[in-house]
Design a protein around this ligand. Structure first.
Ligand code: ADP
Ligand code: NA
Length: 328
């Protein structure tokens, strides 16, 4: 029996992924490789919506792929590839954009947020059509499942609508993707501002996969907490401590309740010191493996070329079906 296909990707928008990307996405990608035929992409076309230096983009694309592999995505089991290496992504986007309503695309809340911040002159059309490119990413591979966080739900809904609309108009062509809601996905908060999500936009409060272990330990020691002494999970009243407990629990396997019991009567300093050890213990080998991969760009490029070769036949068969259906 063939395994259901799954597609996911991250943008190469940062020099290093952070522990939120690891616990919120990569850990799940790794475990899903067994149950699914997984396709994991570094979605570099998406990242052109933000102004970026070409050399920096190229470096980040390789670094992102290296971190997928270092975190445990196995190129022997899953296809790992760079989106722009498979031209069908851009080609299908055009066809899909021609069945997307202007108003429909304009209702995407992420677009509304970003464009209102940048103003209409500072907003490129790529930002507007971004969710259509995302639909193409998914529909090209007949992906039955797409692991998504809350923030991508609306975009996945658009992908489903486009698939259904195309099928209705031209005959059964696309698999309508189902969201794969990740159970118990860790949501990691910023260390300096624990009421906000850890993100690439506030690097000072993040724990980076490629960071030096000393820097990581220091960041954990300087994490913002509160004026009490009690190590107790309470997101509203104690967001800093709660975040540290979440990270700890996700990495070490103990439940948060167990950690609360184990740290009864101990201080925040003890918690931070132990957590730093746990984090460095998990991330250290990932960092080393990523560094090795980045030291051997030829081998990394070979893995990525192999990934693209594995997925291209699927993508080109889908695009051929689509072109045939619409009369191209
Ligand atoms: P992209 O634009 O590539 O999606 P993000 O940084 O928004 O980049 O997210 C990449 C992946 O990491 C997504 O699956 C996202 O849900 C996950 N992720 C990002 N930040 C966090 C966080 N703080 N906690 C948990 N998961 C996160
Ligand atoms: Na995102």
């Amino acid at each position: 029996p063939t395994r259901p296909r799954l597609f996911s990707g991250m943008q190469p928008t940062q020099d290093s992924l952070h522990i939120g990307n690891y616990l919120g996405a990569l850990v799940n990608w790794v475990s899903m490789q067994e149950e699914f035929e997984a396709i994991y992409s570094v979605v570099d076309l998406h990242s052109l919506t933000v102004d970026v230096d070409p050399g920096v983009l190229r470096t980040r694309t390789r670094a992102t792929a290296a971190q997928y592999i270092a975190a445990g995505v196995d190129p022997a089991k899953s296809a790992i590839f760079v989106q722009s290496h498979v031209a069908e992504h851009a080609e299908l986007t055009w066809v899909l954009s021609c069945i997307t309503g202007f108003g429909e695309a304009g209702r995407m809340t992420q677009f509304k947020d970003k464009s209102s911040k940048r103003g209409s002159e500072g907003t490129n059309v790529g930002l507007f059509t971004y969710p259509i490119l995302m639909a193409a990413d998914i529909l090209l591979y007949d992906a039955a499942r797409v692991p998504v966080g809350e923030d991508q739900r609306q975009h996945l809904e658009l992908s489903r609508n486009l698939a259904q609309r195309f099928n209705g108009r031209y005959g059964e062509t696309f698999v309508v993707p189902e969201p794969h809601i990740l159970q118990a996905t860790a949501k990691i908060q910023d260390l300096q501002e624990p009421t906000a999500k850890m993100s690439k936009t506030s690097p000072a409060g993040s724990i980076d996969l490629l960071a030096d272990p000393k820097q990581t330990a220091k960041r954990i020691r300087s994490a913002v907490t509160d004026l009490e002494r009690e190590i107790r999970y309470d997101e509203a009243e104690k967001p800093g401590i709660s975040n540290l407990l979440s990270i700890y629990s996700a990495l070490d396997g103990r439940t948060i309740a167990q950690l609360e019991t184990d740290y009864e009567g101990k201080g925040y300093g003890d918690l931070k010191k132990d957590l730093a050890e746990v984090v460095v213990g998990v991330l250290g080998p990932i960092r080393e493996r990523a560094m090795q991969l980045l030291d051997d760009p030829a081998e990394l490029d070979r893995i990525l070329a192999d990934g693209a070769e594995r997925v291209r036949p699927i993508a080109s068969a889908t695009l051929a079906r689509v072109y045939d259906r619409v009369g191209l």
